[in-house]
Write a protein that binds this ligand. Structure first.
Ligand SMILES: Nc1ncnc2c1ncn2[C@@H]1O[C@H](COP(=O)(O)OP(=O)(O)OP(=O)(O)O)[C@@H](O)[C@H]1O
Length: 354
C-alpha cells in the first residue's frame, strides 16, 4: 500500500484512472474503390467501431511543473488535454483541477473576419478578463505575438503560425494557473520561441502548471521539467523530461527505420521501467455532492483491458469529489493523493539498476 503523499497540497491537476473512447463510422468493406464505398454508404452498410483513445491514464501535475506529453500519432495526447480542459468528459475515471485549465485556442475562440486587434479584445474577454483588463493587456499581447502592424489585418489573412502566436499571447495575458498547449509552440520563429519561453517561465515562477503536447522529443527536452509518454492510450513512462524524451526518441527512431523488433523491445523496457503513477483521490468530507458532469459514464469491458500494453494494476476506487466548479471538480485540501513512495518512481528505479 502506498504512503500518503504530503505533496498533495501542491497538486494542480489530478487525472485518476481515466478512460476515453470514441465511436467512429467505418465503411466496413475495407474497399478502397470509391464506387464500393459510395454504394455501401447509400445502402447504410457502414459499421461502427469503438476507438479507445485513453485506457486508464493516471497522473498528478503540481504547481511549477512544465509537463510535456509525447507519443506517436493517435496515442491520445490531444484527447488527454481536451479532458483536462473539461471540453469533453471521460467515460470512466475522474479529473480534478485546482483552477479551470485554459486550453490554448479553445477557451478564446477567435473570429477570422475580425482584425487581430479586435480578436485580442474578444479573446481576453472570453478568457474572463474585464473590459479594462482587456484594454490593459493589449500592448503585451501584441508584443508577445510579434505581429507588428499585421495586428490590424483580418485574422483570416494570417498564416497558421501567426494565428497560433496570437492565441498563445492572449492565453498567457490572461495569466492562467493551468495552461494546456497542443503543438502551438512549434509554429513560431526564433524570436517568438524566445519570448514564449520567457512568458512560460514567468508563469511557472508564479506557481502555474503548463502541459505541452509535442511530437518532437527535442522540444520536450528543451522546455519541460517532466514528460509523460503515451502509447495507444496508456502511460508508458512518466518522469524527468530529459530521460523520458530520450527513451521516446530512440524508440521512435528505430520505428521510423523499420527496426520493428528493436522498437518493440525498447517499448517493453520502457513500460517495465516507467510504471505510471498510481493515483487515488479520497474525500474525507461527507459525500453530499450531485453526480459531477465529468464523472464516469461508461465502463470499459475487461476484454479491452486485457489487450493493454501496460500490466494490469489494482482497480482504483473512484469516489465523488467534494467541490465542483463550472467545468471540472476542484481539488480540495481534504482530498488526499496516494502515490508510490519517491524511491519507487521509474527514474529512481532506473538509476538504482545502473
Ligand atoms: N473526436 C473524435 N472522434 C473519433 N475518434 C477520435 C476523436 N478524437 C480522437 N479520436 C481517436 O482517438 C485516438 C487518439 O487521438 P488523439 O488525437 O488524442 O491522439 P494524438 O496522440 O493527439 O495524435 P496526433 O499526434 O496525431 O495529434 C485516435 O485513434 C483518434 O482517431
Amino acid at each position: 500500500m502506498a504512503e500518503l503523499d504530503p505533496r498533495a497540497r501542491d497538486a494542480s491537476v489530478v487525472v485518476e484512472n481515466v478512460h476515453m473512447s470514441y465511436t467512429v463510422r467505418t465503411s466496413g468493406s475495407g474497399s478502397r474503390r470509391p464506387l464500393d464505398r459510395a454504394t455501401r454508404k447509400l445502402l447504410g452498410l457502414g459499421s461502427k467501431e469503438r476507438v479507445h483513445a485513453l485506457k486508464g491514464v493516471s497522473l498528478v501535475a503540481r504547481r511549477g511543473e512544465f509537463v510535456g506529453v509525447i507519443g506517436a500519432n493517435g496515442s491520445g495526447k490531444s484527447t488527454l488535454l481536451r479532458l483536462i480542459a473539461g471540453v469533453e468528459r471521460p467515460d470512466e475515471g475522474r479529473i480534478l483541477a485546482r483552477r479551470q485549465p485554459t486550453l490554448l485556442g479553445v477557451n478564446a475562440a477567435l473570429q477570422s473576419s475580425l482584425s487581430g486587434a479586435a480578436n485580442i479584445r474578444l479573446g481576453c474577454l472570453a478568457m474572463g478578463m474585464s473590459p479594462e483588463q482587456a484594454d490593459a493587456a493589449f500592448d503585451e499581447v501584441v508584443e508577445l505575438s510579434a505581429l507588428g502592424d499585421a495586428v490590424y489585418r483580418p485574422m483570416g489573412s494570417y498564416s497558421s503560425g501567426m494565428g497560433s502566436r496570437l492565441r498563445f499571447a492572449i492565453a498567457v495575458a490572461a495569466r492562467p494557473s493551468i495552461l494546456l498547449i497542443d503543438e502551438a509552440l512549434s509554429t513560431g520563429d526564433a524570436t517568438f520561441a524566445e519570448r514564449s519561453e520567457q512568458a512560460m517561465s514567468q508563469m511557472l515562477e508564479d506557481a502555474g502548471t503548463v502541459f505541452l503536447v509535442n511530437h518532437a522529443a527535442k522540444v520536450i527536452q528543451d522546455l519541460c521539467t517532466r514528460a509523460v509518454w503515451l502509447h495507444k492510450g496508456e502511460v508508458v513512462m512518466d518522469g524527468e523530461a530529459e530521460h523520458v524524451a530520450e527513451k521516446y526518441r530512440w524508440w521512435a527512431w528505430n520505428l521510423a527505420k523499420g527496426n520493428h523488433e528493436t522498437a518493440e523491445k525498447l517499448l517493453t523496457q520502457a513500460v517495465e521501467e516507467g510504471e505510471a503513477e498510481s493515483v487515488h483521490v479520497l474525500s474525507t468530507s461527507p459525500m453530499h455532492m450531485e453526480e459531477p458532469r465529468h464523472s464516469s459514464r461508461v465502463r470499459i469491458s475487461p476484454r479491452h483491458r486485457s489487450r493493454s500494453v501496460v500490466p494490469e494494476r489494482e482497480p482504483i476506487p473512484v469516489r465523488r469529489p467534494t467541490i465542483e466548479t463550472d467545468m471540472l471538480p476542484v481539488i480540495s485540501e481534504n482530498q488526499i493523493v496516494l502515490r508510490p513512495p519517491a524511491e519507487e518512481t521509474p527514474v529512481a528505479r532506473h538509476a538504482k539498476r545502473r
